[in-house]
Ligand binder design. Sequence first.
Ligand code: FUB
Length: 324
Amino acid sequence: MSNNSQPKTPLVTNIFTADPSAHVFDGKIYIYPSHDIPHDGEDNDNGDEYRMEDYHILSLDDITAPCVDNGEALHLKDIPWASKQLWAPDAIERNGTYYLFFPARDMDGIFRIGVATSSSPVGPFKAEANYIQGSYSIDPAVFEDDDKKAYVYFGGLWGGQLEKWQTGSFDENGVGPALDMPAIGPRVAELTDDLLSFKSEPKEISIVDKDGKPLTAGDTDRRYFEGPWMHKYNGTYYLSYSTGDTHYLVYATSKNPQGPFTYQGRILEPVVGWTTHHSIVEYKGKWYLFYHDCTESNGINHRRCVKYMELNYREDGSIITMEP
Ligand code: FUB
């Protein structure tokens, strides 16, 4: 059963939005998306067409309420260490402060992950002076476990530069493993109590098949590409992500937030547009998938719009695959 009866209309149409990270704070739904800038430039495998310069936070008073664009929450010019490309963000609240985690290229063109804080879920956010030391690549997703330990999951291939970090430092010429070798995994780092730093070096997450064998780099229908998301359902950790060049949203599960994770299946079949990126959130006892597509721009990859639909589990905890 997929929830295709819902009107999957864009949440907002006044701006192009993508990469939605949805959270419930004080009973309202807040969506932390990227803000796509329309332009007429060409697409490439490095993602240069994604030229975002600021963040706008969206909010919903209830799941069917009109979506509000709360205006500019943070701009590139106010981030001392960043040079361009404010890609997919995420947010977390602790003790009344909201922490916006976001990737951007530093002054050397290397993707790093920064934090900005605010007393309001919709900002304005003030960026820290520097990026998180030890951070790299893109697509941070923050998850607070029941024991209050907070983790950030991140990493993306190709334009996201994850191939260039296999030795622990940035290698401009780094390429992915041979197709029959284990695929590169996303990274996880536990955050310090103030949520501003990594407690220790990020670890690579292993994603294995049902026989315990690591997914290989050539297994492009299942291997990790970008856009990680973590949620917990009935005591199991669900790591979901995009397979990038095969355009699926898929998931893997574990009893440990740092893995290893066992591949389970697809959440969403390909949308219109090259990228697919999502979040999963519980609201009033139901679960929702927030995602984006390029239907509003007739398939222009960097003019995306955020939507949602209800997500359902089977009795055994598996997620029912959805059609966009
Ligand atoms: O929005 C820019 C990039 O496209 C994101 O960081 C990726 O996840 C993909 O959606």
